[in-house]
Ligand binder design. Structure first.
Ligand SMILES: [Zn+2]
Length: 330
């Protein structure tokens, strides 16, 4: 009789569990790198940020150099502190090979001064473009750049960040510049060893193959991966290849059923400190279209990882590397 009662009581629980909606990571979520440019207003982007389930966004500015600091301050106010500042690195032509390197470098230093003068408690710097495929797109016309970690402007930019507490965010494209991938890979291992107390974050998974990622994870302790541009929303490679308009090398961590590929999932669970979540919204449509869907998509993916792993990738790792002093709720 007793057993029967327990069964009756437990029944609603079981049925709730098996029929309830998909498993979702409900903890704190930090987008560790996104950008705002001239195609969206402060008001509009702030509205999107306020209405989306991301707790904190680390934000860098695109477009006009003169407005960057002011724009950030305005967005910070409009979102009630849901954003933190990454000092922009590319606004004075840093990623345009024909532009003067020293001018670009001084531009970063100036923006840092501006941030300090305006009492912005910045948490780091935006991505340093090391390699970037050419773009022929209505929103970006760009001839591309293919440097490496020993190039003059890259070393100078890294030097600026070395003086700060912040991690160094690098944008390399191991797929789009396949011919240089071995060189970049060994330089990444080298720089990780040279600065053991610094953290290096590779944007967009560095477009890396899993075997190469295993090398980075094994050979270094402080070179980590940012998950931006590695979901089906961005990896429309085939179409782009046909059109020849932009990067074709983005990797995807997901299988056709939109679950994390088993190999990547295992790698994340085995190395929970080495991955950092970010969406890297860049253009206006990233903020305006499917932003919520992508966040939901990632919250679902995070839920498929071990609990400790999901909380670290969603919040804990960014919290540590950017010294955010946030409370990460798993
Ligand atoms: Zn990037």
């Amino acid at each position: 009789m007793k057993k029967f009662i327990i069964f009756i009581l437990a029944l609603p629980f079981f049925s709730l569990n098996s029929f309830s909606s998909e498993k979702i990571y409900k903890g704190t979520l930090i987008d560790a790198h996104s950008q705002v440019g001239i195609l969206i207003s402060n008001k509009e982007v702030s509205e999107r940020i306020n209405n989306t389930d991301v707790d904190l966004t680390l934000l860098s500015m695109r477009g006009k150099y003169e407005n960057a600091t002011k724009r950030f301050k305005s967005i910070q106010k409009l979102t009630n502190g849901k954003v933190q500042y990454l000092i922009p690195t590319k606004l004075k032509g840093f990623a345009r090979k024909k532009r003067n390197a020293n001018e670009a470098i001084n531009g970063i230093k100036d923006l840092k001064k501006q941030a300090i003068k305006n009492k912005i408690n910045y948490v780091g710097f935006g991505e340093i473009i090391v390699q970037h495929a050419p773009h022929d797109h209505e929103k970006l016309k760009y001839e591309g750049i293919n440097l490496d970690l020993n190039s003059y402007r890259i070393k100078k930019a890294i030097d600026i960040i070395l003086k700060d507490e912040a991690p160094i965010i690098l944008h390399v494209e191991l797929n789009d510049y396949e011919e240089d991938s071995k060189k970049i890979l060994s330089q990444l291992v080298e720089i990780g060893k040279k600065y053991p107390n610094k953290n290096f974050l590779l944007m967009h998974m560095a477009q890396i193959e899993i075997e190469e990622a295993e090398i980075i994870l094994k050979e270094t302790k402080n070179v980590h991966f940012i998950t931006s541009h590695s979901d089906p929303y961005r990896a429309k490679n085939e179409k782009r290849k046909r059109l020849g308009k932009a990067q074709t090398g983005w990797i995807t961590l997901f299988n056709k059923k939109n679950n994390l590929k088993k190999k990547w999932k295992n790698l994340m669970n085995e190395n929970p400190h080495r991955f950092v979540f970010a969406l890297d919204n860049v253009f206006d449509h990233h903020w305006k279209k499917k932003y919520k869907d992508r966040v939901y998509f990632w919250r679902k993916a995070l839920a498929s990882l071990n609990q400790n792993t999901s909380s670290l990738i969603a919040c804990g790792n960014a919290n540590t590397y950017f010294k955010l002093e946030l409370k990460c709720i798993p």
